[in-house]
Design a protein around this ligand. Structure first.
Ligand code: ADP
Ligand code: MG
Length: 298
């Protein structure tokens, strides 16, 4: 998740993920984004080093997915890493290997523009952590979920996931939201969904995305997916607002499908309340609730 967020923050239009043995043997993410300056690659693996905050005030309006500078050093501490990065306007890339957080080697290397990072032998130096991982299948499921979520909300980015050499997810990056949603929900469902255009919101906060007509529903909330300013979040409040909009339209115990992104001014949302950045706090829950309910109902 953190690696994909880095690739998205780097304005990539293509993100290719490869995993072996549930990610334990290998997690490889290759993007075609901005890349890093050779002199800064080492810095990226230092604790709390981030390029995403220009000043203290930027913390009050975070518009990137990352901002804490914790992901790369945390991952590096428990794995062996091979990374190569190249800025578009530079002729040559810069490669580095790290073992359990320590830089082992670095130097120039030919590579396409962007960044490729391979994480091997995850948690091998922390057997206790390795023991507490879920089954191989469960870990693959979670990786798939992360990629599906980001593919849906980033239709201009082509995503690819291969698991043990087999391609399991592919989105074209052609820019069509419905096509990206079809990758996850299937073509028939995607075709049935109704668009929520920003005009339905009628306020400062706007909602955009897709929802199911009352004739299409599910027995659980697993198909209700929310983003806040493009960040995937879990929120009971948002889900309740959605369900209230469907009040009286669905049979008892049934839930709508939805892929919705709520846009709020950056200073009205605090993204720094959860370790994995999956929960957010709004300045006004009420205003967000009303926006979702009204837009969906409209
Ligand atoms: P954060 O994303 O919070 O800044 P990370 O530890 O995830 O912290 O990354 C540290 C820094 O490394 C980022 O701020 C960014 O400058 C750089 N970086 C990481 N991944 C990439 C990437 N795929 N492309 C370009 N730069 C990257
Ligand atoms: Mg990051």
């Amino acid at each position: 998740k953190e690696l994909i967020e880095n690739s998205l923050d780097a304005a990539s239009s293509q993100i290719i993920v490869e995993i072996l043995n549930g990610g334990l043997d290998l997690v490889k993410v290759v993007d075609n984004g901005t890349g890093m300056e050779s002199a800064e690659l080492g810095l990226a693996f230092q604790r709390h080093a981030t390029s995403k905050l220009g000043s203290d005030e930027d913390l009050d309006r975070v518009y990137t997915l990352g901002f804490r500078g914790e992901a790369l050093p945390s991952i590096a501490a428990v794995s062996q890493i091979e990374v190569c990065t190249r800025e578009r306007e530079v002729n040559e890339g810069w490669a580095m290997t790290l073992d359990w957080g320590r830089i082992m080697s670095q130097g120039p290397r030919g590579c396409p523009p962007g960044t490729s990072i391979s994480i091997s032998n995850l948690f091998q130096n922390v057997p206790a952590r390795r023991k507490f991982l879920k089954s191989n299948m469960a870990e693959v499921g979670r990786i798939k979920e992360v990629i599906c979520r980001y593919a849906m909300i980033n239709p201009r980015v082509g995503f690819q996931l291969s698991v043990d050499g087999r391609k399991v997810i592919q989105s074209s990056g052609g820019g069509e939201s419905q096509e990206a949603i079809a990758v996850v929900f299937g073509v028939d469902v995607a075709r049935t969904l109704m668009e929520v255009s920003p005009e339905c919101s009628g306020g400062v906060y706007t909602l955009r995305g897709y929802i199911s007509p009352p004739s299409l529903h599910r027995s659980n909330r697993r198909h209700i997916i929310f983003f806040v300013n493009g960040r995937w979040v879990r929120s009971r409040m948002l889900s309740v607002a959605l369900e209230e909009a469907y009040h009286g339209l669905l049979p008892q115990g049934r839930y709508p499908l939805a892929v919705l992104d709520i846009n709020v001014p950056y200073e009205d949302v605090d993204v720094n309340v959860h370790p994995a950045k999956q929960e957010v706090r709004f300045r006004s829950d009420r205003q967000v609730f009303v926006t979702v309910q009204r837009a969906v109902r409209n």
